[in-house]
Design a protein around this ligand. Sequence first.
Ligand code: PEP
Ligand code: MG
Length: 579
Amino acid sequence: MTFSIHGLAVARGIAIGRAVLAAASRMEVVHYFIESEQVEAELARARRARDAVTQELQRLQAQMPPDVPQELAALLDVHILLLQDETLIGGVRQWITERLYNAEWALTTQLELFSRQFDEMEDDYLRERKADLEQVVERLLRHMRGAPDAVVCPPRLAAGAGQQTTPLVLVAHDLSPADMLQFKQSVFTGFVTGVGGKTSHTAIVARSMDIPAVVGARGVSQLVRQDDWVIIDGDAGVVIVDPSPMVLDEYRFRQREIDLERERLQRLQHTHSVTLDGQPVELLANIEQPQDAAAALKAGVVGVGLFRTEFLFMDRGGRLPGEEAQYQAYREAVEGMRGLPVTIRTVDVGADKPLDKSHRDSSLNPALGLRAIRWSLADPAMFRTQLRAILRAAAHGQVRLLFPMLAHLSEIRQTLAQVQLARAELDARGLAYGPVQLGAMIEVPAAALMVQQFLAHFDFLSIGTNDLIQYALAIDRADEAVAPLYDPLHPAVLRLVADVIAAGARAGKTVCVCGEMAGDAAMTRLLLGLGLRSFSMHPAQVLTVKQEVLRADTRKLAGWSAQVLAAEEPALLLGAPLA
Ligand code: PEP
Ligand code: MG
């Protein structure tokens, strides 16, 4: 039966595919596609795990002391029987051979299907057998995790898995930003999560993948079943489950229209980004990994305006990347941009970007806690490791060094002193490094209000509107419960943004916007009117924004923007034609 779930629109377009429920079980498992040549080996791995667990249970039974209750022995019998159950084994086999899922993924997928059937059973006894099944699967997974001959394969689309014909969409209750990044270059044609705000980092990574995505679709991971047909409307923020043929046709038509529009925009790739009245506008890319440089160049940007380096630090089991590994990563990004400037932001972990997803921050207000520059300054040796790596990468191309979340003059001073110290350390070691421009992010209202001090200490500023909105309006950007209040057009937010842009212009220093606002084509005219000439966004958004720039006349926009800024409800004026 068709039904729809409403969430928040994150990344444009329409995806139609079969649902893959990620980490649906209680157990953390890796998900990756194997290559077709690996099917036999993967089946053998699943078989070995089953045989080993069966033997383990039989051994347990044999060693059971005589005074153990009868029920326990019977329970082990049930577990052994479940391990031989053809529906379980056959199902796992099918997911491996037909979908090229790795064995753990196949197992949890089959468990999920089974669990639904158990839940629907009338008989209490049978319904309770679900827990047995879960325990058996857990044992199998544990065994596989320790299996010495596990297939080593990155959690991404393996080359042979390109034969995958059924489009797949990922459905999850929650995905960490690092999880989401793993799914980059995967076969998924769309994403939907049950929680998360529009500018949560998970949503940001989804957007950078340029595939339709919806977050904050409450209950989606309970309501959608494994393998259901699902439509994700990334523009409307709606998920349609089990659509009728008529609805499917309608969405397929819209999908084709969107593809055509994208092809049309592609023609602007090499067009200079200049307004009708001749104002050049710098369009830059936000990237998360060095390899993203390729997509940035393809989008026709003139540099990287934000390299979020924190993803290099995540999910490493507490071990941070050393100077050499970081240097190689930054150098790869710098060289990948072929002489164009790359703005490298120092690590910004904390809040909704935990260092390790198994160690969620337990402080009461992580967004107000030890995150971003505060985290770096709390461990100066670690901070300088990153600074040295960035300074060394600057020997290979133009680098701008950007610091997140500064709010205090003392933080500015400490940060600049650490940069000096890092240079001195490199001198002492005789290592080459290059010149860098120093920039600060303006993402705390305090920073916007003391913009003059920031301008006095830095070469450039970059407004992080995602956090600036969060902190100005006291709205957790990752919490879908308050998402309707997260308003980029709130007059207070616009006032802070406008003042920073104006102060930068007066001081003759570049001010960029690198929050999600910069990639939203509905905001382009307003930001241009406020005097912004540097925008940094996901590569996928560049051409749409460029189209707006090419159509804009900043002489007409200035007066209109002042009206929007002064309005009680700026949103009402945003779509209005210019006088
Ligand atoms: C921002 O806050 O706008 C920003 C660009 O930084 P991040 O989204 O990584 O917090
Ligand atoms: Mg930020």
